[in-house]
Ligand binder design. Structure first.
Ligand SMILES: NC(=O)c1ccc[n+]([C@@H]2O[C@H](COP(=O)([O-])OP(=O)(O)OC[C@H]3O[C@@H](n4cnc5c(N)ncnc54)[C@H](OP(=O)(O)O)[C@@H]3O)[C@@H](O)[C@H]2O)c1
Length: 374
């Protein structure tokens, strides 16, 4: 199953909004086939695994055990159901890490296999399987995107200079890492004040891979179109209370008056947005914290930059005590996994420990990860 999880991870950045899935076929301790879901719309992991079995080993398939990191599907989506293929291949034993929370599957894959006399074991490395698909699981169980709050603050706890003046807080290496974080999420979100103060481009320029959707809250439509976020480099969603329309790559989505994020997040999830990196400023991030809508926090703290009289960064201590938790987390159910990853070996982000180890001597910033226990 460890191998399945490793294979599943190879699809990262290519399969969303589908889940990452890996599969391995084993006959008497020998792997005779393996595969993973490589790209959205392409064959699922089980199919790639079965198709990979060499001709000389195909006669072993009806005596082998299939390990798969997520419950096989039963429905005709972009590809035929995997459960049917497993049954047709007469595989006697299937080991599954985790049920698929997607409503069209959710237990039906297991039932279908069992009713065809396939022996099924579930829950092997289930926690790890849920973790690699935390964005997919959050969307299908909590009906909102997976939310990562990210900001950079000065050594004296500010996110901007006096009067909102833009500061260059994090170093080049951290900026590159942040662009990689952007490439890993479906969307980036900022408040209107950040657009007014900083005019950021909000694209992934310093890392390979996908370009996330840019989401801006601009409830009164006060932003002028010469701001960079309106350029053609990525799709943009403007959340506002006035119009619902699309102009080229700019989509205006109407939201209710007030600060309640729940309907906004439900709507974004229904539009297929599986994860959001919320990049500031303090007002918007604090709103997410107070309402309990966050799954991870990534805080970059400069060792050297100071901004006396600047705008305060979001307050961590406040949320631990005051947040009105929603979703699957309860008050006080708060797990701080501290500081730079390699120091304690705990990583919230995929592979970040590796990156940080290699470049630590170049970093002037401390990166702290917080993960909400759920
Ligand atoms: N260091 C960093 O990492 C970093 C990152 C970003 C920004 N910044 C700095 O942060 C400063 C801006 O921060 P800020 O705290 O003043 O403003 P902000 O958070 O960027 O934007 C605040 C605006 O977001 C909207 N908003 C807030 N809560 C909302 C909710 N629950 N639902 C919908 N919309 C909501 C409101 O705008 P509308 O009413 O117009 O919708 C609000 O006025 C800038 O000076 C910038 O330089 C720093």
């Amino acid at each position: 199953m460890q191998r399945c999880l490793h294979l599943a991870g190879l699809g990262a950045g290519h399969v969303a909004p589908n889940p990452l899935v890996g599969a391995v076929l084993v006959y008497e301790g020998r792997i005779i086939g393996e595969g993973w879901h490589r790209m959205y719309g392409g064959p699922h992991a089980e199919i790639n695994c079965l198709d990979s079995v060499p001709d000389e080993d195909r006669h072993l398939i009806p005596h082998a055990t299939l390990y798969v990191s997520l419950e096989p599907c039963t429905h005709f989506g972009k590809t035929p159901p995997c459960s049917q293929r497993i049954i047709q291949e007469r595989i006697p034993d299937v080991v599954i890490a985790h049920r698929d929370p997607f409503p069209d599957v959710n237990g039906k894959g297991i039932e279908q296999l069992q009713s065809a006399s396939v022996r099924v074991i579930t829950g092997i490395l289930g926690k790890e399987a849920a973790h690699i698909n935390r964005r997919f699981f959050t969307r299908h169980t909590l009906h909102r995107p997976y939310i990562i709050l990210k900001w950079a603050e000065t050594a004296d706890g500010k996110i901007a200079g006096p009067g909102g003046q833009r500061l260059y807080i994090s170093g080049d290496v951290t900026n590159r890492l942040v662009h990689r974080w952007r490439s890993e999420e479906a969307a980036i979100m900022v408040g209107s004040q950040t657009i007014l103060a900083d005019d950021p481009m909000l694209t992934n320029r310093f890392w390979t891979g996908a370009q996330p959707v840019r989401i801006v809250t601009d409830r009164q439509l006060r932003l002028s179109h010469d701001r960079q976020v309106f350029n053609e480099h990525a799709p943009t969603i403007i959340l506002n209370t006035i119009v619902e329309k699309t102009e080229g790559n700019i989509q205006y989505l109407r939201i209710q008056e007030g600060d309640d994020l729940e309907p906004v997040l439900t709507m974004l999830s229904e539009k297929g947005i599986q994860s959001i990196l919320v990049e500031g400023g303090t007002a918007l991030i604090s709103s997410f914290m107070r309402q309990g809508y966050w799954d991870e926090i990534r805080r970059v703290v400069s060792a050297t930059v100071l901004a006396p009289g600047g705008i305060d960064a979001p307050a961590m201590r406040e949320i631990a005590v005051d947040a009105g938790w929603k979703g699957n987390a309860k008050e006080g159910n708060f797990d701080m996994r501290g500081n730079i990853s390699e120091k304690n070996g705990k990583h919230a982000g995929r592979g970040d420990g590796y990156l940080l180890e290699k470049v630590e001597h170049l970093l002037n910033d401390r990166i702290e990860y917080y993960v909400k226990a759920g």
